[in-house]
Design a binder for this molecule. Structure first.
Ligand code: F6P
Length: 375
C-alpha cells in the first residue's frame, strides 16, 4: 500500500533520558495508525541542513524504549538561521527547498527552548512543525513537565541519599551541585525528595550568612551534619552566577558550573565542620529513563503523531493540569520557566523546615497557588 504521509523526526539540543522513547512512540504510532513513512534526521538540525537522514522502520525503533541518549544523535549547535559551520549563515531557505524535494509533509522536533525557537521560525516559513518538550531542566514555558526531568531528579535524589550516610558518619557539611541552567527545578525537587537541609536555586538569591547560620545551628543540634543541594545557576545576594565555560559556537554559549566550590570556600570561614562538595554533571543526563519518563515520552510521542495527522502544526505538545494538550511555539520560544515563590514544592519545602538560604523568606507567598495537582 502506498504511504500517505512522510514525516521527519529529529532530536535537538543536549540529550536527555527518554529521547529514544519519544522517537519510538512517534514512529510506531505513525506506522501502526497511519501507515506513514518516518524519516530520522541525524544530529538534530545539522542532519536537516547537511541532508543526513535515514528511514526509521518499525524494527529500527523496537527495543529502544529503555535506552538512554538518542539513536539519531543530537547537537546543540545546529541553528539553521545561524549555522556555525558556515560562518553563521542563514541556511533556512536551503532546508525548506530540501524538505520540499524529498516530499516531507511534517517534522516532529524533539528538543528544548533552542529547538522550539528555531521550530517557530521554520513554521513561520511554511514548514509544518510539531514540537515535543525535552530537557532535564524542566524549564520550558507552556508545559508543567518536560520528559527527562524525572530521571534527573531520581539520579540526584539517589546521590543525596548516598551523601547523607557519609555526611552523618563524619558530621560534615556536604554540598551537591545539580544542573538546571537558569532554573532551580532539579535542585528543588531532588532536594525535597532527598531531605536536603538547604536548597539554593537561581530564583532565590542566597545569603551566605544565613546558609552558615543553618549549618551552625545543626552543628550544635541533634543532627550534626548538613546537606546542601545547590543548583548550578544559584548565586549569592547581589552576586553573579558561576560560569564554567563559554562555548563560542553554541547558540547558548554560557555553561554554568562550579558554584559548589565557591560556596565551600565561603562556608569554610563560617562553620566548624569539614566540608566536601560533589558536582554530578552529565551523570544527570545519562542512562535509562525512569518509568514516569518512559510513560510521559510515550504519551508525548503518540500525541505528537496525532497532531501531525490532524495538521495541528506550529505547536508543542504540553502537559497542563495532568492532561495532554498543545501550545503555540510563539508562547514557548525564547522563554524560560523558572521556580516562583508560589510553587507548591516551595511551600512543601518550607513547611518541613528546609532553608533556601534566605533570611525571613516570605512564607505567605509560598504555596499561594497550591492545588491538588502538582506541577
Ligand atoms: O539544558 C540541559 C543541560 O544539561 C543544563 O542543565 C546544563 O547547564 C547544560 O545542559 C550543559 O550543557 P553541555 O551538555 O553543553 O555541557
Amino acid at each position: 500500500m502506498a504511504k500517505s504521509l512522510r514525516v521527519g523526526v529529529l532530536t535537538g539540543g543536549g540529550d536527555c533520558p527518554g529521547l529514544n522513547a519519544v522517537i519510538r512512540a512517534v514512529t510506531k504510532s505513525l506506522i501502526l495508525q497511519h501507515n506513514a513513512e518516518v524519516i530520522g534526521f541525524e544530529d538534530g538540525y545539522e542532519g536537516l541542513i547537511e541532508r543526513r537522514m535515514r528511514s526509521l522502520t518499525y524494527s529500527d525503533v523496537s527495543g529502544i524504549l529503555t535506552r538512554g541518549g538518542t539513536i539519531l544523535g543530537t547537537s546543540n549547535k545546529g541553528n539553521p538561521f545561524n549555522y556555525y559551520k558556515r560562518g553563521g549563515a542563514d541556511v533556512s531557505a536551503e532546508v525548506k527547498k530540501y524538505l520540499r524535494e524529498i516530499g516531507l509533509d511534517a517534522l516532529v522536533l524533539i528538543g528544548g527552548d533552542g529547538t522550539m525557537s528555531s521550530a517557530y521560525r521554520l513554521q513561520e516559513m511554511g514548514i509544518n512543525c510539531v514540537g515535543v518538550p525535552k530537557t532535564i531542566d524542566n524549564d520550558l514555558v507552556g508545559t508543567s513537565r518536560t520528559f527527562g526531568f524525572d530521571t534527573a531528579v531520581t539520579i540526584v535524589t539517589e546521590a543525596i541519599d548516598r551523601l547523607h550516610t557519609t555526611a552523618q558518619s563524619h558530621n560534615r557539611v556536604m554540598i551537591i551541585e545539580t544542573m538546571g541552567r537558569y532554573a532551580g527545578w532539579i535542585a528543588l525537587y531532588a532536594g525535597v525528595a532527598g531531605g536536603a537541609d538547604i536548597v539554593l536555586i537561581p530564583e532565590f538569591e542566597y545569603d551566605i550568612d544565613e546558609v552558615a547560620r543553618v549549618c551552625r545551628e545543626r552543628e550544635s543540634g541533634g543532627q550534626q551534619f548538613t546537606i546542601i543541594c545547590v543548583a548550578e545557576g544559584a548565586k549569592p545576594k547581589g552576586g553573579e552566577q558561576v560560569v564554567q565555560e563559554i562555548v563560542a559556537d553554541s547558540p547558548d554559549p554560557i555553561r554554568l558550573g562550579g558554584v559548589c566550590k565557591i560556596l565551600e570556600s565561603q562556608l569554610e570561614k563560617r562553620v566548624r565542620s569539614e566540608i566536601r562538595s560533589t558536582i554530578l554533571g552529565h551523570v544527570q543526563r545519562g542512562g535509562t529513563p525512569t518509568a514516569y519518563d518512559r510513560n510521559l515520552a510515550t504519551m508525548y510521542g503518540s500525541y505528537a503523531a496525532a497532531m501531525v495527522v490532524d495538521k495541528q502544526y506550529g505547536r508543542m505538545v504540553a502537559l497542563q493540569q495532568n492532561s495532554l494538550t498543545s501550545v503555540p511555539f510563539e508562547e514557548v520560544a525564547n522563554k524560560t520557566r523558572t521556580v516562583g515563590p508560589d510553587a507548591p514544592m516551595v511551600a512543601g519545602a518550607l513547611a518541613v523546615g528546609m532553608s533556601f538560604g534566605v533570611k525571613n523568606f516570605d512564607v505567605r507567598l509560598a504555596g499561594s497557588e497550591m492545588s491538588p495537582s502538582l506541577p
